[in-house]
Write a protein that binds this ligand. Structure first.
Ligand SMILES: Cc1cc2nc3c(=O)[nH]c(=O)nc-3n(C[C@H](O)[C@H](O)[C@H](O)COP(=O)(O)O)c2cc1C
Length: 307
């Protein structure tokens, strides 16, 4: 058994911490900065793909903007990503800009623990490469953890089409507020991805933190469709307009109409419009944040509730 004081020196922090947060949360704010300008993009940026790691936002912030995450209560800068403009997507009357993440740094751990922890994490990722679970380079994974400084809510996505039904967890999702889109970044190998491009509608159930184990178990449905809605271990309730089976215990259910989809690296990036939005309950929603963010909050005496 490792002594508590020794643990941080030999074991990396987890890359992700599952935590319970009551939505909507503004605990961490995101600011996009570019020559002489800045914009609050807390609810207007999202991950568009993991490999390459790309960020999407409604703002065109020139060639080399930065994306900064800070604690809204204390103003403390938690981390920064350096972006390079890559492309834009025109959909309906709006435009979305895509940026490559070129560099990044966080300030959740002091030096030298920051570098040592990154080294331990990277070493462990490279070991897992052999088992085929590493789908991005360690440097990009470090940048992705910085993007998770703003805790990302977890939803279950329901797909219902003739001859195909499915429900699986996602957290690479989010509003692009200024343009009114809601985006999803889904690995193109997901078994429902071609069906979603065809039927162009899904329902998102915002998941209570208490259902973490059930949510994680459903990740197998990224690879195989659901045989039968009755096979699920929880009650369902039809979504308002489309009648898609959603989780009856969800905090909130949104129906999305997919208006644009394109492949970006290993992911399919969906731009959607919200067709309906219903609050079914209040309470803690399952979120993911970076392990070093939770470690920082522990040191400040204000950890997120762990689940
Ligand atoms: C809580 C949770 C959220 C996930 N969010 C996404 C997502 O947003 N996009 C995606 O393509 N896959 C998502 N996945 C799927 C995983 O990345 C992975 O593909 C899946 O769990 C299968 O794992 P494996 O390929 O390592 O076997 C999520 C999985 C979990 C458990």
């Amino acid at each position: 058994m490792l002594k508590d004081w020794l643990r941080p020196y030999v074991r990396p922090l987890p890359q992700w911490s599952p935590v319970a947060i009551v939505p909507p949360s503004q605990i961490v704010v995101a600011t996009l900065r570019w020559v002489g300008n800045s914009a609050d993009v807390t609810t207007d940026h999202t991950v568009a793909s993991l490999n390459p790691l790309m960020i999407a936002t409604s703002f065109d912030a020139g060639q080399l903007p930065t994306l900064e995450y800070s604690d809204s209560a204390t103003g403390k800068a938690l981390g920064i990503l350096r972006l390079v403009r890559a492309d834009s997507i025109a959909a309906e009357e709006a435009a979305i800009t895509l940026y490559h993440v070129k560099a990044g740094a966080h300030r959740c751990l002091g030096w030298p623990r920051r570098s040592w922890n990154a080294w331990l994490q990277n070493r462990s990722m490279l070991k897992n490469r052999a088992s085929g679970h590493l789908n991005m380079e360690p440097a990009a994974a470090q940048h992705l953890m910085i993007a998770y400084l703003r805790p990302r809510p977890v939803v279950l996505v329901s797909v219902d089409a003739p001859g195909h039904r499915n429900i699986f967890p996602m957290d690479l999702i989010g509003p692009l507020e200024r343009s009114g889109f809601f985006s999803l970044a889904l690995r193109s190998t997901n078994v429902s991805q071609p069906i979603m491009r065809e039927v162009r509608r899904v329902a998102l159930s915002s998941m209570p933190a208490s259902m973490k184990a059930t949510v994680y178990k459903l990740s197998e449905h990224h690879k195989q469709p659901l045989a039968n809605w009755d096979a699920l271990p929880f009650p369902l309730r039809p979504s308002r307009e489309f009648g898609i089976p959603a989780v009856a215990a969800a905090l909130r259910v949104r129906e999305l109409t997919i208006v644009h989809s394109q492949e970006i690296g290993l992911h399919t990036f969906f731009l959607c419009r919200i067709a309906s939005d219903e609050n079914w309950a209040e309470g803690d929603q399952l979120h993911h944040t970076a392990g070093f963010h939770q470690a920082y909050r522990h040191r400040q005496g204000m950890p997120f509730k762990e689940v």
